[in-house]
Design a protein around this ligand. Structure first.
Ligand code: HEC
Ligand code: HEC
Ligand code: HEC
Ligand code: HEC
Ligand code: HEC
Ligand code: HEC
Length: 455
């Protein structure tokens, strides 16, 4: 394993060297910074290796030189303002615009020449990815680490469990076959000696009898396998405790705890939709335009005022705010928070369903189940005591089993406006079915239906 990794790393370095010599025609830019800029501005429409909304941009500098005899000047003009370039009558600019069915590319007048050089350096010579396992510490805080962690966990779990179940099922089947064969053999000899005797039971009768037993065992095995598979699916991918480093040391304890800032001031979309989003830097600036240093009483052990002040400065670097002149310079730097919670694409989870429609039900049920640790804010039922965390971490498993367990045990609040309207008929039916005093839990309104949570 270790030696493999070494080779892998060496291989990467070799590939990197190869690339850097072949692509050194274009080495004015800083590819690392280019990558950041590219991810922030271009990935909505471009990839390096394939066409998305716009063409693939890997090796674009060389390509354009070879095929159109255009140099980087053209690329600068195009990226800054492709519309103006087209309007100037530039032949290739109009050609490619036509070729992409006149899809407008965004203009980027804010990108400096250096930044464009960086992006182009990245497209010519993308830095080799650091192997995830090596990137402990600060380097680990990149967006890929969630996926890597997930993939690694899934892979090892999956392969182990599949292998074990296959082995077990295979073993059982072989045993079964041998047993059946033995029985049939036994029967055959019995049959031969008994042929001239009583003929009380025919071979056929016995075969049928054992055949049924065999089928019965197979069905049982099938049920066992299905049950095992189901359990496995229910509790796969346990992420509890996942806690990546973030680009700015933002403390929920200081904001939501010490300063009692409401969760929804920052995560405002939780109320309205599917996602609850990380606030944009503008939200931070609402307060930090004036709060430029940390003067709070609370200090996390190991941190001091200078550290917190430095972190606040990062907000200014990101938004291009110059605190001395109290003006925006226009030079922004995207902050890439690492997502902590991230359901697979095939899962549909909607915050509004839980934070608005389900709020009272979840609060009541949670506080009943945890009389010693009652919560006041619905978010905490799933995300834990975020207002005590300096660094947010996953407070629950966030598996399918976790969702379903809560749906099985949480009584729906049939009296809130939303449900009263939405489930009117259903409610009457349920009352008839379960009696008017019975608990109606989320599963009764469809909370266990596959289609409700899966696309
Ligand atoms: C909103 C979508 C969109 C975004 C964002 C975008 N592009 Fe484009 N880009 C396009 C489309 C579409 C084309 C094809 C030409 C056309 O239709 O205008 C294109 C063409 C290009 C070309 C010409 C490629 C060729 O084969 O000649 C370059 C270079 C380019 N984009 C660079 C960038 C860079 C760098 C960024 C980020 C700073 C960026 N684009 C962001 C949509 C986009
Ligand atoms: C002042 C703004 C602010 C407030 C108030 C705030 N948050 Fe956050 N929250 C953030 C930022 C910024 C991040 C991303 C950085 C991080 O993970 O710490 C975040 C991240 C999170 C995450 C992890 C998101 C992910 O990546 O999956 C959760 C969960 C969360 N907040 C819940 C809460 C809860 C619950 C409250 C109220 C108790 C709250 N937040 C209050 C700004 C805020
Ligand atoms: C509602 C006002 C408000 C908003 C919005 C807000 N902050 Fe703060 N922030 C504060 C207060 C208050 C302090 C503590 C100042 C003190 O006690 O002197 C603070 C302190 C900080 C600190 C130093 C302590 C720590 O948490 O590490 C950082 C860094 C910080 N904020 C970053 C952010 C970021 C990033 C955002 C946007 C996601 C943000 N803040 C949004 C009010 C806010
Ligand atoms: C019923 C459980 C539940 C409740 C209640 C809940 N969340 Fe979440 N939250 C989740 C799940 C599940 C995800 C992951 C969603 C995904 O990846 O699609 C998530 C993700 C997030 C994220 C990451 C960004 C995103 O939307 O994926 C933030 C931020 C967040 N929640 C904040 C909040 C806040 C603030 C509240 C309270 C107003 C809240 N949540 C209430 C379960 C919950
Ligand atoms: C803390 C308890 C709790 C957890 C955990 C939870 N839910 Fe729910 N969920 C509820 C409640 C309560 C409702 C009913 C809301 C209402 O009154 O309409 C609900 C409703 C739903 C509905 C709508 C059902 C319907 O028939 O309209 C979906 C879909 C859903 N949840 C998905 C999820 C997913 C996906 C997860 C896990 C990622 C999850 N929930 C985790 C409590 C929870
Ligand atoms: C209350 C919401 C909910 C319901 C109902 C639900 N699922 Fe899921 N399911 C999830 C979530 C959340 C995940 C992702 C878990 C994870 O990432 O660990 C998931 C994952 C899965 C997976 C992939 C396994 C994995 O984790 O990669 C399969 C397959 C699946 N569900 C099948 C079903 C089937 C079949 C049903 C109906 C009998 C069903 N689900 C009902 C929430 C739900």
């Amino acid at each position: 394993m270790i030696s493999w990794r070494k080779h892998y790393k060496r291989g990467l370095i070799a590939i990197g060297l190869l690339l850097s010599t072949s692509a050194s025609i274009y080495a004015q830019g800083d590819a690392k910074n280019g990558e950041k800029l590219f991810k922030a501005n271009c990935t909505a429409c471009h990839a390096l290796d394939k066409q998305l909304v716009g063409p693939a941009l890997g090796g674009i500098v060389d390509l354009i030189k070879k095929e159109q005899n255009l140099d980087t000047d053209w690329l600068h003009k195009w990226i800054k303002d492709n519309k103006a370039l087209r309007a100037s009558g530039d032949k290739y600019a109009n050609e490619i615009f036509e070729k992409f069915n006149k899809t407008e590319m965004t203009a980027f007048p804010n990108l400096t020449d250096q930044e464009i050089d960086d992006i182009l350096a990245y497209t010519s010579n993308p830095p080799a990815p650091e192997p995830a396992a090596e990137a402990t510490g600060a380097g680990a805080a990149d967006t890929n680490s969630v996926a890597a962690l997930e993939a690694a966990k899934m892979q090892s779990m999956n392969s182990k469990i599949i292998l074990l179940s296959l082995l077990a099922i295979g073993g059982l089947l072989i045993w079964l076959l041998l047993k059946l064969k033995q029985l049939v053999k036994l029967q055959q000899t019995d049959e031969l000696t008994g042929l001239n005797a009583t003929r009380a039971v025919s071979f056929g009768d016995l075969y049928r009898k054992y055949d049924y037993i065999g089928k019965g065992i197979l069905v049982l095995l099938g049920i066992f396998a299905a049950y095992g598979l189901w359990n496995w699916l229910m509790w796969i991918g346990v992420y509890k405790g996942y806690k990546p480093e973030q680009p700015i040391y933002f403390s929920h304890k200081i904001h939501a705890g010490e300063n009692k800032i409401d969760c929804q001031l920052c995560h405002s979309s939780a109320k309205y939709g599917k996602v609850s989003e990380i606030p944009s830097m503008n939200v931070c600036m609402n307060c930090h335009r004036t709060i430029s240093e940390y003067n709070g009483k609370y200090m996390e052990p190991g941190k001091d005022k200078a550290f917190y002040d430095g972190e606040i400065q990062k907000i200014y670097a990101a938004t291009g705010w110059d605190p001395s002149s109290q003006k925006y310079t226009g030079k922004t730097q995207p902050v890439e928070w690492t997502r902590i919670h991230n359901m697979p694409d095939f899962v549909y989870f909607n915050h509004a369903q839980h934070v608005v429609a389900g709020e009272q039900a979840i609060l009541n049920s949670y506080n009943q189940k945890n009389p010693n640790a009652k919560i006041d804010v619905v978010c905490k039922a799933c995300h834990g005591q975020v207002d005590t965390m300096n660094v947010v971490q996953m407070a629950n498993d966030f598996t399918m089993g976790w969702c379903i367990e809560c749906h099985r045990t949480t009584e729906v609040d049939m009296n809130n406006g939303y449900n009263k309207e939405y489930f009117k008929n259903l409610h009457d039916k349920l009352k008839k079915q379960y009696g008017s005093g019975a608990k109606i839990t989320v599963d009764a309104i469809g909370g266990l239906e596959c289609g409700k949570c899966h696309y």
